[in-house]
Design a binder for this molecule. Sequence first.
Ligand code: GFP
Length: 820
Amino acid sequence: MNTVSKPVIPSPAPRSSRPEILAEEIIERLTYRIGKDAKVAKPHDWLTATILVVRDRIIDKWMASTREVYATGAKRVYYLSLEFLIGRLMRDAVSNLGLMEEVRDALASLGVDVNVIAGLEPDAALGNGGLGRLAACFMESMATVNVPAYGYGIRYVHGLFRQQLADGWQVELPENWLAHGNPWEFERRESSYEIGFGGSVEFITTHDDQPRYVWKPAERVIAAAFDTPAVGWRGKRVNTLRLWSAQPIDPILLDAFNAGDHIGALRESNKAESLTRVLYPADATPAGQELRLRQEFFFSSASLQDILRRHLQQYDDFTSLPDKVAIQLNDTHPAVSVAELVRLLCDVHGMDFEQAWEITRHTFSYTNHTLLPEALESWPVPLFERLLPRHMQIVYAINAKILLEARKTKNFSDSEIRSISLIEESGDRRVRMGNLAFIGSHSINGVSALHTDLMKVTVFADLHKLYPDRINNKTNGITPRRWLQQCNPSLTGLIREAIGDEFLDDAEKLRPLEAHASDPSFQQKFAAVKRANKVALSNLVASRMGVKLDPSAMFDIQIKRIHEYKRQLLNIIEAVALYDQIRSHPELDWVPRVKLFAGKAAPSYYNAKLIIKLINDVARTINNDPSVRGLLKVVFVPNYNVSLAEVMVPAADLSEQISTAGMEASGTGNMKFGLNGALTIGTLDGANVEMRDNVGEDNIVIFGLRADEVAKVRSDGHNPRAIIEGSRELSQALSAIGSGVFSPDDRNRYTALIDGIYSHDWFMVAADFDAYAQAQRDVDQIWINQSDWYTKTINNTARMGWFSSDRTIRQYANEIWRAG
Ligand code: GFP
């Protein structure tokens, strides 16, 4: 008998958060962890030391949250996303722990300004736009509403490129967020998995006479885990964001090295590491296709191996997987997971195909973020087959099963069969990842009511007919912690004064603010907060760009990825038309406006980059024209990222949400602006529709064709030339741009761009122009009556609570995951 009893390991003593204790600990970390004397410490050292102290206060809660799931057997949610657009973390963590004042005081006692060091934290820009930012908001909300969750993604060494402007053109520079190390993350060397590519598949019979397929990959890399804690509001729960980094199996080929081939000795190692080196931008060239598919498989396989390992450790077998595990596929990027889970269950764990397929389908759910056909991923069959030969077999096996079922049970016609097939047959044969994600999931959700309805009749019409119960809607949301409390502390303070603190825990409790919407003294305070935020943005613009803005002008802002369907072009053409009007009618009372733009264009997206150049060309002309008398300014603020959004959103008077109806799945910027007291000018697209329903028609300015009208115009045959000829303002603006008024150095620069509007106008710029211009003049009329303006904008803040991502996550948890 073993007489040695197990030692009782004590938990660390709870830590005090009194400022003097925090200050002591900061000095301690600075000295012993960073190895710096306080006398010579640089601001970055203070930042790291502070993060380490805050992090310790998170860890206790993190461990408790993890232990609790093991103890209770609660279901775990896994959010697989190729993108997490996190931004900075310190303010988020400190504020969610309720330690803002204590940390500020502790640092002040050491002569350090918290705002200065918080501003040094690099943005973790591991995403392109709304999709990645949604994943970051969801991580925070899952912890807030107490869902045991893991985010899984890639630890890109270089996040989204840094954007600079050179003579008004976008220039992409590498981003280096890890340059000073990353104090938030923990490397988990023990959690690493082998990931294979290429090679062949063998069919063997095991010693117990079981037939099995064995994939013999030609290449292997290691996926190593890096964990970052995700803290919920009031620090109640801490979840894990696990990001994978690729590492070589052999760091160096010593034989080659010793034979004098020093570069060749590192070739394998470089190849492995290049897998997770850069975030691959959306809409990029075919050249990067293979890398992108490799990234997708790499992180899917690593995540699934990790999920199965954890499940097996706790539950012994996989039949309980759908009861204990929910895996959400964020877009099609992780869709190869469907085939990978079947492979792992069958080939590695010996399950038969039918059972593996049932388990897979009940475990996955899929979120679609776009209806744009070009954005629905598909891979050339030869590429897929070469890189993932076993998965190709599984895709064919799934396809055979589903197509037979459709033919037999639903009598599907040939054309319906073609449209639900996992293999695209027209032109080059391709594997359709949208169909794979759909077929492999028990729930498929859109991200706004309109988008979900359109999914049913467009991209997934036939799959919806086959599985009518699977498509459902989960309208997006944003976390009010980052997008109100942290980015707009003055407004938060003002709201607390007016209606108390309940809204901090439940954003829908902002409603009582409605009672103050018409109160002149509250309006004055609201306006003062807005003005201070506009001054802050003006200071940023002055220091970065040397452009002076007048904070009493209307700040009219459009910030998001640059894309033709998002219609920055419509906005800038309207600015040109307004410029003409101001010059032709100096006698009228024009409302002074500053039109601000920010956003990045995918490096290979020529028209998007040209639109950036156009905005800058127009800005230069208008801003230097004395006859405008400062009534109109146009500014493109470079290097849009989460931190810049945190300054621009609170400073907006007018929010531009003007996509071609039917093309923006949801939008989430629209929600951020509304929450921070901006009026929206927008089309009935994406979540704008639900915003109108929530804030009321009087509190939003809607214009333009609706989604069904856009579809009709397109199918009936659109004649943009006739429309342009019928609109004096539009035709003048287009001919000014097209003929080189704004580009005297290259008169033909915009000819093709403008010709596109004349010839097909796919994005309905001409079709919507007059309605948009009229809506802008309506906005001016509201602005002139400032009391009316603030009634509307206060109502926006009051009624935006439903768009909290806490609500969205509760719906996912109750209706899809059945967890939490
Ligand atoms: C995409 C869609 C948006 C949607 C987000 C999140 O984001 O309409 O709001 O995903 O669901 F297009 P972007 O990359 O366009 O920002």
